[in-house]
Design a binder for this molecule. Structure first.
Ligand code: ZN
Length: 103
Protein backbone atom coordinates (compact mmCIF):
# COMPACT_ATOMS: atom_id res chain seq x y z
CA UNK A 1 0.00 0.00 0.00
CA UNK A 2 1.53 3.31 -0.99
CA UNK A 3 2.29 5.63 1.86
CA UNK A 4 3.05 9.30 1.53
CA UNK A 5 6.47 10.47 2.54
CA UNK A 6 6.26 12.96 5.39
CA UNK A 7 7.77 15.67 3.21
CA UNK A 8 5.33 15.14 0.37
CA UNK A 9 2.09 17.11 0.57
CA UNK A 10 -0.40 15.72 -1.90
CA UNK A 11 -2.81 18.14 -3.49
CA UNK A 12 -6.00 17.79 -5.50
CA UNK A 13 -3.88 18.51 -8.55
CA UNK A 14 -1.74 15.50 -7.71
CA UNK A 15 -4.79 13.28 -7.30
CA UNK A 16 -6.14 14.48 -10.65
CA UNK A 17 -2.77 13.74 -12.25
CA UNK A 18 -3.26 10.13 -11.18
CA UNK A 19 -6.64 10.20 -12.92
CA UNK A 20 -8.30 9.46 -9.63
CA UNK A 21 -11.67 11.07 -8.97
CA UNK A 22 -12.24 10.26 -5.32
CA UNK A 23 -10.55 10.31 -1.97
CA UNK A 24 -10.77 7.39 0.43
CA UNK A 25 -11.27 8.59 3.98
CA UNK A 26 -11.28 6.59 7.18
CA UNK A 27 -12.12 8.12 10.52
CA UNK A 28 -9.39 7.72 13.11
CA UNK A 29 -11.41 9.15 15.94
CA UNK A 30 -12.77 7.11 18.79
CA UNK A 31 -16.36 6.21 19.23
CA UNK A 32 -17.49 7.96 22.45
CA UNK A 33 -19.73 5.05 23.44
CA UNK A 34 -17.49 2.08 22.85
CA UNK A 35 -14.09 3.77 23.08
CA UNK A 36 -12.98 1.83 20.05
CA UNK A 37 -11.50 3.35 16.91
CA UNK A 38 -14.39 4.62 14.82
CA UNK A 39 -13.08 3.55 11.41
CA UNK A 40 -16.01 4.94 9.46
CA UNK A 41 -15.30 5.05 5.75
CA UNK A 42 -16.31 7.72 3.29
CA UNK A 43 -15.61 8.18 -0.38
CA UNK A 44 -15.28 11.86 -1.26
CA UNK A 45 -15.39 13.08 -4.87
CA UNK A 46 -12.70 15.65 -5.64
CA UNK A 47 -14.94 17.54 -8.02
CA UNK A 48 -15.37 21.08 -6.77
CA UNK A 49 -11.98 21.27 -5.06
CA UNK A 50 -9.33 23.58 -6.47
CA UNK A 51 -6.10 22.05 -7.74
CA UNK A 52 -4.04 23.74 -5.05
CA UNK A 53 -6.03 22.35 -2.13
CA UNK A 54 -4.01 19.87 -0.11
CA UNK A 55 -5.44 16.63 1.21
CA UNK A 56 -4.21 17.63 4.65
CA UNK A 57 -6.31 20.79 4.60
CA UNK A 58 -9.36 18.81 3.51
CA UNK A 59 -8.79 16.29 6.26
CA UNK A 60 -8.47 18.98 8.90
CA UNK A 61 -11.96 20.24 8.12
CA UNK A 62 -13.81 16.94 7.95
CA UNK A 63 -16.21 15.99 10.69
CA UNK A 64 -17.11 12.35 11.14
CA UNK A 65 -20.81 11.58 10.92
CA UNK A 66 -20.34 8.67 13.28
CA UNK A 67 -18.28 9.92 16.21
CA UNK A 68 -18.28 13.70 15.57
CA UNK A 69 -14.49 13.81 15.60
CA UNK A 70 -13.13 16.67 13.51
CA UNK A 71 -9.97 16.51 11.47
CA UNK A 72 -8.75 13.10 12.57
CA UNK A 73 -8.92 10.99 9.45
CA UNK A 74 -6.75 8.87 7.24
CA UNK A 75 -7.12 10.34 3.78
CA UNK A 76 -5.67 9.08 0.53
CA UNK A 77 -6.43 8.96 -3.16
CA UNK A 78 -8.87 6.22 -4.10
CA UNK A 79 -6.34 4.04 -5.85
CA UNK A 80 -9.12 1.86 -7.21
CA UNK A 81 -10.07 4.76 -9.50
CA UNK A 82 -6.65 4.80 -11.14
CA UNK A 83 -6.27 3.23 -14.55
CA UNK A 84 -5.25 -0.38 -14.22
CA UNK A 85 -1.49 -0.82 -14.14
CA UNK A 86 -1.34 -4.46 -13.23
CA UNK A 87 1.90 -5.96 -14.38
CA UNK A 88 2.39 -8.69 -11.84
CA UNK A 89 0.33 -11.35 -10.18
CA UNK A 90 -2.35 -11.35 -7.52
CA UNK A 91 0.11 -10.43 -4.77
CA UNK A 92 -0.42 -6.79 -5.75
CA UNK A 93 -3.83 -6.84 -4.11
CA UNK A 94 -2.69 -8.95 -1.20
CA UNK A 95 -3.37 -6.22 1.33
CA UNK A 96 -7.08 -6.56 0.69
CA UNK A 97 -7.23 -10.33 0.99
CA UNK A 98 -5.81 -12.75 3.53
CA UNK A 99 -2.30 -13.84 2.64
CA UNK A 100 -2.19 -17.14 0.85
CA UNK A 101 -1.01 -20.02 3.03
CA UNK A 102 2.61 -20.91 2.45
CA UNK A 103 3.36 -24.35 1.12
ZN1 ZN B 1 -15.70 8.62 13.37
Amino acid sequence: MPRFEPTFTPTISYVRSLRIGHLDIWCEGRNPQSGYRCGRYKSLPIEGFDDAVTLVSIASRLRCEGCETVGKVDIRPAWDDAPAQRTSGPSETGWMTPPAPRK
